[in-house]
Design a protein around this ligand. Sequence first.
Ligand code: GDP
Length: 421
Amino acid sequence: MSDKPHQNLAVIGHVDHGKSTMVGRLLFETGSVPEHVIEQHREEAEEKGKGGFEFAYVMDNLAEERERGVTIDIAHQEFDTDEYYFTIVDCPGHRDFVKNMITGASQADNAVLVVAADDGVAPQTREHVFLARTLGIDELIVAVNKMDVVDYSEDTYKQVVSDVTDLFKQVQFNTDDASFIPTSAFEGDNVSEASENTPWYDGETLLEALNSLPVPEPPTDAPLRLPIQDVYTISGIGTVPVGRIETGTMNTGDNVSFQPSDVGGEVKTIEMHHEEVPSAEPGDNVGFNVRGIGKDDIRRGDVCGPADEPPSVAETFTAQVVVMQHPSVITAGYTPVFHAHTAQVACTIESIDKKMDPASGEVAEENPDFIQSGDAAVVTVRPQKPLSIEPSSEIPELGSFAVRDMGQTIAAGKVLDVNEA
Ligand code: GDP
């Protein structure tokens, strides 16, 4: 670990615009992936007819490894710059990218938005920018990528910058909080060194922009909250839930409770990076073992917290939501799937309480009959199965969600109040 301040960084953008390649490039240029590993992947990639895609290939391999559950070390990719120690809170190659982003973006302090110069603003560009804004990303660094494909054309770059700026205005993301850089993740232009191919650009490189990000706000002093990602059985140890600590600390000997499964016990061991540790803190990815807990007692979507301050389980909750895209209108009774931390639960929108004016934040209409794309509203939600979730004002890390239906993110929001079961 390093003494530098820590930044959680999300890398977002439309599929194939170069997120994995950019992350691979960043890891490579900051010396975080040894040359021989890259070389090995380059050879393998060439054998499989994917020659030249080694950076993306590194990321895909890491994602695959994680999905197969080969290792319980689920540490995210890390690199450091002169100013900061960065953790990439998302695995860009992952097939459930948006779902991850709900948890990832809410943990991320800042984000790099990758937009391919030859494709411009695409559906997932919109979706990710919308989520970033709703979930509270502070600053966006926009990498206008694949500049090599458009012959480093300044005009094309300016067009993309203008389209992305329009998108920011639509979702009311303050454009002062964004910077734009023409890059090629593939060729390495303007990533760590100013490129000779873009003489018309005299701004920062991507690494310089990362260095100039503001220092993130310190974490809250909330109690332990650890959403469970997976539950493994490891020989010699027993049941090992794994996940990332969002808030608080976990120590061996602590009495913990898993909600909504409603079981608990004493933490016997905690493992991080294949080593046993006596305690772990926010941002740490851990596997741990709790006395008396079997594999079928707990599941993905449970949240682990202190036995004396257990995670809340909602009978109903109120939330502020923003509707991003819905083919028709949303009325009371609508029951899409809510994605909150690692949980996915069908929830009924029981009532639409207020429609808000998104610009001013004032109430525009009480008890409207429906809401539609672009609307912000306060709604009352009833989970169809037990769901652990927290008010965003108390534990922001556990207080946001995305609403998905028909394979798309329909809305995203923040929890205002929880009525406990
Ligand atoms: P992701 O889906 O956003 O993670 O995109 P990938 O990183 O997997 O990249 C998709 C494809 O675009 C791969 O074939 C990459 O090699 C290629 N690619 C990524 N960045 C660049 C770039 O800057 N220039 C060119 N020419 N190709 C790129």
